[in-house]
Design a protein around this ligand. Structure first.
Ligand code: HAM
Length: 418
């Protein structure tokens, strides 16, 4: 079968009317983000592969299995699998005055070559934020509050925030040793990937999706058991601020997240009505070294396809979609009217009216086109209307007609058709 009319598996076109929901999501989130002092940053979809391997980590699933990598001009490039590393690549090229306290957000497509299934796409879209303020539980709590505010702006309140800590960089060796001690006797029962992870990056065993591994991990000690008191205090600081703000959360000591750049606070947000892929957002505090600079930040990314699915499943999509303005269809009887309608159409558009016309054809075929496009009004002009400086305006729903003068036409067409 020809593939010329199909997108690549796991990728899709977003068409009207659903695309209006996407626009509504962006509008509502943008307004919320501005109140928190975030500016939009648009980074390229293609980056050097090293931007991600260095920050996300060589032994993560995203880097080892899911990146779309290609070579061009002797350089290894890739489609971005997430947004944080590209934003940090941007930051690494700036001076400290420009990065200290920087707050950026982004919206765009990300690419991961995962096995497509409900809620898991190969091209998906994230709305993410990154905040480069000096590390503090207070900032982490503020960013978490922002995240829930964005969901609230979308009408999504039935979300669960799962919170944990990855501890500091200094905790890493202790955590790895503790987990390895528990997992090593189970070596033979782990999947091939996890047998390798046990040696390379034992934390990654904790979020393996293999059923057998999950059973073993269920009995493992929590990574937090091996962390220093300072790291627990940091998390306690975050929860104190969240309590103060009235932000509900569940502590989940086994939440490790799939990316290696995190330290201290990490979280995931679970939505409802979504089945197995119910993480609608994930985030945390991180430290990334790129281009000779070490950058510490906190942020999150929301999976927009999953948000759209949740809004549609709960019937809350319509509230975010603005209806297109009523469309006027200019209908011409004769060549002279046709020519003058082109100019009239531009004048009406300049006055804020949405309009279109059919390039030629009979009255019947023009009216059929107006109907098919869902036009609210037909604006009909022939020699009589041209001579009198008026237009015949037909309400497409009721069939009612009026004949306003041309200088009143824009006002008549802007009114909601009764
Ligand atoms: P992540 O957890 O890998 O984090 O992705 C964030 C969200 O993107 C997920 O919760 C999910 O909703 C959505 N997502 C991920 N993969 C897919 C997929 N294959 N199909 C559909 N949706 C998907 C990050 O990407 C981090 N950069 C978040 C972050 C920002 N941490 C700090 N700053």
């Amino acid at each position: 079968m020809s593939s010329a009319h199909r997108p690549v598996q796991g990728m899709s076109d977003i068409t009207a009317p659903e695309v209006r929901l996407w626009q509504g999501l962006e509008r509502a989130a943008g307004a919320t983000l501005l109140r928190y002092g975030f500016e939009e940053l648009r980074t390229p979809v293609v980056e050097f592969e090293a931007v991600f391997t260095r920050s996300i980590g060589e032994t993560t699933d995203v880097v080892q299995k899911e990146m779309y990598v290609f070579e061009k001009g002797g350089r290894r490039l890739c489609l971005r699998p997430e947004g944080t590393a590209g934003v940090m690549r941007h930051a690494a090229g700036l001076g400290p005055q420009e990065t200290d306290g920087a707050r950026w957000y982004y919206i765009g497509p990300m690419f991961r070559s995962e096995r497509p299934q409900a809620g898991r796409r190969r091209q998906f879209h994230q709305l993410g934020v990154e905040c480069l303020e000096a590390p503090s539980p207070l900032v982490d709590a503020e960013i978490l509050a922002l995240q829930l505010d964005v969901f609230r702006a979308w009408g999504l309140t039935d979300c669960t925030l799962k919170l944990s800590t990855r501890g500091s960089g200094a905790d890493r060796a202790q955590v790895a040793a503790g987990l390895r001690e528990y997992l090593s006797p189970h070596h033979g029962d782990l999947c091939g990937d996890c047998q390798r992870r046990l040696a390379e990056n034992v934390l990654r065993v904790m979020d393996c999706k293999n059923e057998g591994c999950r059973k073993i991990v269920a009995g493992a000690p929590a990574p937090t058991d091996f962390m220093a008191q300072e790291s627990r205090d940091y998390l306690a600081g975050v929860t104190r601020y969240l309590d103060d703000l009235g932000v509900p959360y569940e502590l989940d000591a086994r939440l490790v997240r799939g990316l290696d750049y995190y330290e201290h606070t990490v979280w995931e947000i679970e939505g409802s009505h979504l089945g197995a892929q119910n993480a609608i957002a994930g985030g945390g505090r991180y430290r990334i070294s790129l281009g000779g600079r070490e950058l510490a930040g906190v942020g999150f990314a929301i999976g927009l396809e999953r948000v759209v699915a949740m809004l549609e499943a709960t019937g809350r999509d319509a509230a975010l979609m603005s209806d297109p303005p009523p469309l006027a269809w200019l209908v011409a009887l004769g060549d002279e009217a046709q020519q003058q309608n082109l100019r009239l159409m531009q004048e009406l558009r300049a006055a804020g009216v949405a309009c279109r016309m059919t390039p030629g054809g009979s009255l019947k075929s023009q009216m059929r086109a107006a109907n098919k496009a869902g036009a609210a009004w037909a604006v009909i002009r022939g020699d009589d209307e041209l001579a009198q400086g008026v237009a015949t305006v037909k309400n497409m729903a009721s069939g009612e007609q009026q004949q306003p003068a041309l200088d009143r036409l824009a006002a008549a067409l802007s009114a909601a058709p009764g």
